[in-house]
Design a protein around this ligand. Structure first.
Ligand code: DON
Length: 594
């Protein structure tokens, strides 16, 4: 039995040794899978005072579906589908559109992950995560006293080498059916000018002070020093020019030539370290997706350099040992069990997962049922197991931003993409003359192993900074097939360290609790990440009775400042109807085609 009281080093060793045995899988628990969510629950009640409704209806259609955080980006995606493009074509067009209309997270200066499941059942996972520049060093974010500085979060030194443009190019090379130029075109048009809507103005307003920190960023996003007015036309000529170079030249329009010169000049101006060599060397990588079953449903998700797939698999296998449906959604029993599963899975994640091109990562072991059986053996329903030590609280100050979108086309191809520049508006540095923000993804490394990053994640040596290495992510784009092999669910979310727990809760909501897609997304969420040893919950998302019951079992229960995540989800009903829903937490938009 593996106990939480093991030292991190011993835990890592057990996982690594055990990974050699990972082929001998335990059988799934013999209970039959629950019926698919064809009949959404009419009896579902969210806690009193919870801000979202159990009665909202999703969009429905059979001709494809798109859900993104922004109405203009969703329109770009449905236009591509309506023109006969595939879900992958639409995903490429949406990615570039989000870089224009959702600059807090959409990007060409960041990176992300794409998980696909084609209509024939084949799957793939594309890793276009940023890499540490070649001049990066392990201690680059420590001051002379050995303490962490804020340089991994703010300013030029925080940026990893961007991966998004190469990722979209790779996706197009493998799956594109419409011309590249066509797919970049909507973003070019939007950069030439789009009508400012409330969600955009709100996102700029919410980060106004940090957008004022760097002159180019201020001039780009706060023209005349003001938040663009709703209804006005907002133009980004420098970004439009960059996108035109990408449109005409593909990745060379970003990683070489004028855009590369502008990035390197920006680095030299602001003390950053990304060079021409870094840009020319960047590669996106196809990886074997993490696949596992949860109550007979086949889940396909992202492997390292994301921790999302393996961590979710372990949590799911821990939950699978219990009859979750019988515990009751929102009950103290369910929240307790979920927290105990998350505590154990995140403890492993934080210690052993990292870039598989640099360190050995025991993914096979972590996603195996025999490991879950050991790991879950000390879960007690009546008492919380304390985490090894208590770290500082999650930092939830300004809103943190990543963005996810989900797309299914009429053929049944499904794409889940989560992309980010890490914090809202990334490093806050805009490349002068090129008009786009650079990420601050370097903070996802363990800048000082054993000390928390901006998400409060206490990560280990495996994820220390090395030149060219990818920083560990929590992003969890996920596609699920039902027990008969039909497409069932596409899901994902932003939310930093909470991404994995949020994605799994949407899955459990539709599988165990038989919620509709809108109920599954609107339902309040909880989170635990091992350290700090706390159950986080959304304001009014748990009843006082449940909070008291959790405290009685030994949990520290903390209410989060804002909301948790921004899920974009598509649930396919057994008759083939697509139901699609965009999380109201950030004001996105879902559309289905007839
Ligand atoms: O890759 C990761 O796990 C983080 N960079 C994601 C950041 C994030 O989701 C912030 N947004 N809410």
């Amino acid at each position: 039995m593996i106990r939480s009281s093991l030292t991190p080093a011993a835990l890592a060793l057990l996982l690594l040794v055990g990974s050699a045995l990972a082929g001998c899988e335990l059988e799934a628990p013999s209970r039959p899978p629950v019926a698919p969510a064809d009949v959404p629950r009419a009896d579902l009640a969210f806690p009193e005072g919870w801000r979202f409704s159990a009665d909202d209806l999703p969009e429905t259609g059979r001709g494809g579906a798109v859900s993104t955080t922004d109405i203009l980006a969703t329109q770009v995606g449905t236009d591509v589908l309506a023109e006969g493009g595939t879900a992958m074509d639409a995903a490429i067009a949406v990615s570039f559109a989000l870089a224009v209309v959702n600059p807090s997270a959409g990007n060409i200066g960041g990176g992300g992950f794409m998980v696909t499941r084609l209509a024939d059942g084949s799957t793939s996972a594309l890793d276009y995560r940023e890499t540490a520049p070649l001049a990066a060093t392990r201690d680059m974010y420590l001051d002379t006293a050995g303490d962490l500085t804020d340089a991994s979060v703010l300013g030029h030194l925080a940026a990893g080498v961007p991966g998004t443009v190469m990722g979209m190019w790779e996706a197009h090379q493998r799956y594109g059916t419409l011309p590249w130029e066509r797919l970049v075109a909507p973003a070019v048009a939007l950069a030439d000018g789009f009508e400012v809507h409330e969600r955009y103005a709100r996102s700029i307003r919410g980060s106004q002070r940090s957008l004022e920190l760097f002159e180019t960023t201020r001039n780009t996003f706060l023209p005349g020093g003001e938040v663009p007015e709703v209804g006005s036309t907002f133009s980004q000529p420098a970004l439009a020019a960059t996108l035109r170079r990408i449109q005409a030249e593909g990745p060379d329009g970003f990683y070489r030539g004028e855009t590369a010169d502008l990035i390197v000049a920006e680095m030299e101006r602001g003390g950053g370290i990304i060079t021409h060599e870094d840009l020319a060397a960047y590669r996106a990588v196809w990886r074997d997706p993490v696949t596992f079953t949860y109550r007979g449903y086949r889940v396909t998700s992202m492997p390292p350099s994301s921790s999302g797939g393996p961590t979710m698999a372990l949590m799911a296998h821990l939950l699978e040992q219990h009859d979750v449906a019988a515990l009751g959604w929102g009950s103290a029993d369910y929240v307790h069990l979920f927290a105990e599963a998350a505590r154990r899975a995140y403890a492993d994640r934080n210690q052993v997962l990292a870039d598989p091109d640099f360190v050995e990562v025991p993914v096979a072991r972590m996603i195996s049922r025999d490991y879950a059986a050991e790991r879950g053996a000390d879960i007690r329903m009546e008492q919380a197991t304390p985490s090894v030590e208590v770290g500082p609280g999650l930092v939830i100050g300004e809103s943190l931003q990543t963005t996810h979108y989900s797309i299914v086309d009429r053929m049944g191809n499904a794409v889940a993409v989560t992309t980010t520049i890490n914090s809202s508006f990334g490093s806050k540095v805009t490349v002068e003359g090129a008009g786009f923000l650079l990420n601050n993804e370097m903070d996802d490394f363990a800048a000082k192993p054993g000390f928390p990053n901006q998400f409060g994640l206490v990560q280990g040596e495996q994820n220390a900074i090395e030149p060219g290495k990818r920083m560990l992510s929590a992003m969890t784009p996920t596609v699920v097939a039902d027990p008969s092999g039909e497409l069932f669910f596409v899901t994902g979310t932003p939310g930093g360290s909470t991404i994995i727990t949020t994605v799994l809760q949407t899955l459990v909501n539709v599988v165990d609790f038989r919620m509709s897609v809108s109920q599954a997304v609107n339902a309040p969420r909880v989170h635990h990440q091992h350290l700090p040893d706390q159950v986080y919950w959304e304001n009014r998302g748990l009843s006082e009775v449940v909070v008291a019951e959790l405290e009685a079992r030994g949990h520290t229960v903390s209410q989060r400042g804002g909301t948790s995540g921004d899920v974009q989800a598509i649930l396919r009903l057994p008759d083939g109807t697509l139901t699609v829903y965009s999380d109201p937490r950030l004001g996105g938009n879902a559309r289905a085609l007839p």
